[in-house]
Ligand binder design. Structure first.
Ligand code: ZN
Ligand code: ZN
Length: 404
C-alpha cells in the first residue's frame, strides 16, 4: 500500500477566545477530515516526546525515522539545502535574513518589510571568496536566505550578528572558542562587504522609490555543520517524494534523498496553492511509494496569533482534500497530522501533543467522527514522533515481523 503523509504545519492549538474558546481545528467546518476520522482512527502524537517543544526540522526528522538527538546539527544546514544549494558534508551553514538598517547602521526591520521580489538579484553578488573560504549565499522564501561557508578551519563556534530585536545594531561576531577566530573574522568581513554591495543594487533603489524598506543588510544566526543522513529509500525500503513550499522542510527531504514534486508557485504561507500541492501529491503517488506533503499556512497563522485565519486555512485544506485525496482514499494509506502545535494564543510552538488521523482500507474504526484536539482523547492513537514511520509502514503492510 502507498503512503501519503500530510503535515499541516503547526496544526495543534488551544482554545481561542474569538472562536468561542474552541481550537481552530475544532471550530473549522471540515466535512472531509471528519469523514476520514469516521472511517479511520484518530488520536494524539507527541512530535518529539512529551514536554519537548519541537522545531519543524527536529519534528520532521523524527517523523521520517531520523532521531533528531542523533542527527540534528542546527537549523542552518537544513534551510540552506532547501534553497536549492548543493552542500557538502562539513560545510557550515547559517540562517540569514535580508534586513533593513538605517544610516546609523541600526536595524529598523529584521525582515526588510518581508521582501518578496528581487532577492535572487540581491543574492547573486553576495557569493564571493574571503581569504581561502568560499561564501555561498542563496535566497529562500520572502526575507529568508542561506549563508554557507566552505573551506578549511571553518567552525560553528561563533556568536550571531542578529540582534534578534529592532532598534539595535547588528552584533559583532566573536569566537566562542579558539578555533572560531577565523570563522568570526570572515563573517564580520562578509557583513561589511555585503553592506556596500547591497546599497548599490537597483532592487533597493526601486524599493526606496516605491516607499518600501530596503534590503540593505544581512543578519545571520544558528550556524550548523551539514550532517550526513542515511538515504530514506535504503532505510525504509520504499521510494519517496515530497511537496513542500518551505525551505526548511524541503531541505530535510532533499538531504535524505526524497524526490521533489513541489509545483511552482507554492509560497509556504496562508495564500499558498493547496490545490496545486494536493494534486501534485496524487500524481506523485503514481510514481513513488511514499509522499510527504507539508502545508505551512496553519503555522503562519498560529505565529501571527490569528486563530480565525488558521481556522479558515484548515477549511481550505479540507475543501481541497475533497477535490483530490478523498477520491483515492480507498487505495492508499493517509495520515493527516501536524509537526507540532502553534497555538494562536501563544504565537509560538508549544509541546502540546498534536491531533493525528490514520485512514487506510480495512483499518479499525475507533468510532470518533470528528477530528480535533479535544475529540482526539476518544481515539485509539497515542504516539510519539519516533513511532510514526513504524506505524505507517506496518499499517501499509510494508514491514517485517519482529521475531518468529
Ligand atoms: Zn513546523
Ligand atoms: Zn513555526
Amino acid at each position: 500500500m502507498k503512503i501519503l503523509l500530510i503535515i499541516a504545519d503547526g496544526l495543534g492549538d488551544r482554545p481561542f477566545e474569538s472562536l468561542g474558546w474552541k481550537t481552530p481545528l475544532e471550530a473549522a467546518h471540515k466535512p472531509n477530515l471528519n469523514t476520514l476520522a469516521k472511517e479511520g482512527m484518530i488520536g494524539l502524537i507527541d512530535p518529539i516526546k512529551p514536554g519537548i517543544i519541537p522545531g519543524s526540522d527536529t519534528s520532521h526528522l523524527n517523523y521520517l525515522g531520523y532521531d533528531p538527538f542523533k542527527y540534528y546539527t542546527g537549523r542552518g544546514p537544513f534551510e540552506a539545502m532547501g534553497t536549492g544549494l548543493t552542500l557538502r558534508g562539513g560545510d557550515v551553514a547559517f540562517r540569514a535574513n535580508f534586513a533593513t538598517v538605517d544610516e546609523k547602521g541600526v536595524v529598523i526591520d529584521r525582515r526588510a518589510g518581508r521582501i518578496r521580489e528581487g532577492t535572487p538579484e540581491l543574492s547573486k553578488p553576495l557569493n564571493m571568496k574571503i581569504e581561502d573560504v568560499e561564501i555561498l549565499f542563496k535566497e529562500g522564501t520572502e526575507h529568508r536566505a542561506a549563508l554557507v561557508l566552505r573551506g578549511q578551519g571553518i567552525t560553528t563556534n561563533v556568536t550571531d550578528n542578529d540582534p534578534h530585536a529592532e532598534n539595535l545594531r547588528p552584533k559583532e561576531i566573536v569566537a566562542t572558542s579558539n578555533d572560531g577566530k577565523k570563522t568570526a573574522r570572515i563573517l564580520n568581513e562578509f557583513y561589511n562587504r555585503s553592506l556596500d554591495i547591497l546599497k548599490s543594487q537597483r532592487v533597493n533603489a526601486d524599493r526606496k522609490k516605491a516607499g518600501l524598506k530596503e534590503a540593505n543588510a544581512i543578519l545571520y544566526r544558528g550556524g550548523g555543520v551539514v550532517p550526513a543522513l542515511p538515504n530514506f529509500s535504503d532505510r525504509h525500503s520504499m521510494s519517496g517524494g515530497y511537496i513542500a513550499g518551505v525551505a526548511l522542510v524541503a531541505g530535510i527531504c532533499k538531504l535524505i534523498g526524497l524526490k521533489d514534486f513541489t509545483p511552482k508557485g507554492v509560497t509556504g504561507s496562508t495564500d499558498t496553492n493547496v490545490l496545486g500541492k494536493f494534486s501534485a501529491a496524487v500524481q506523485a503517488l503514481e510514481e513513488v511509494d511514499f509522499v510527504l506533503v507539508n502545508v505551512k499556512g496553519t503555522d503562519v497563522a498560529g505565529h501571527d496569533g490569528n486563530g480565525i485565519v488558521k481556522k479558515e486555512f484548515i477549511e481550505k485544506i479540507d475543501k481541497v482534500l475533497g477535490e483530490t485525496i478523498m477520491k483515492i482514499r480507498s487505495d492508499i494509506l493517509i495520515c493527516f497530522t501536524g509537526d507540532h502545535s502553534t497555538p494562536a494564543s501563544v504565537k509560538e510552538h508549544t509541546s502540546d501533543p498534536v491531533p493525528i488521523l490514520l485512514h487506510y482500507p480495512g483499518c479499525r474504526r475507533d468510532g470518533v467522527g470528528e477530528f480535533d484536539e479535544i475529540k482526539a482523547k476518544d481515539g485509539y492513537l497515542r504516539l510519539r514522533g519516533s513511532d510514526l514511520m513504524n506505524v505507517l509502514l506496518s499499517s501499509a503492510n510494508r514491514s517485517e515481523k519482529y521475531g518468529a
